[in-house]
Design a protein. Structure first.
Length: 91
């Protein structure tokens, strides 16, 4: 169990997202941080990351790995499909 509230995670997660953003930009991609809910980080891959065959690996071994190293080993990342940003409760 993650020993932080979702609210406590917001700023640390933003910092990590900003840390990994330049790596995504090298390949023409980007990432938007949406929210944290129940210890899961909701993001949206953008640019060249949309539809890229490596986007799952980018989330798991790039974004999620960095969040786990910098914040807590149980954090998970969920990519929110375009147009579904306002439906987090239904994902």
């Amino acid at each position: 169990m993650i020993p932080f509230t979702d609210e406590e995670l917001l700023e640390p997660v933003r910092r990590v997202i900003d840390k990994v953003r330049p790596s995504l930009a090298l390949d023409g991609g980007d990432i938007d941080f949406i929210t944290v809910k129940n210890g899961s980080v909701y993001v949206q891959l953008k640019g060249a990351c949309i539809g890229c065959a490596s986007s799952g690996s980018t989330l798991k071994y790039g974004v999620e790995r960095q969040l786990r190293m910098d914040i807590h080993p149980e954090i998970t990342v969920v990519n929110v499909p375009m147009g579904m940003e306002h439906d987090i409760d239904n994902l």
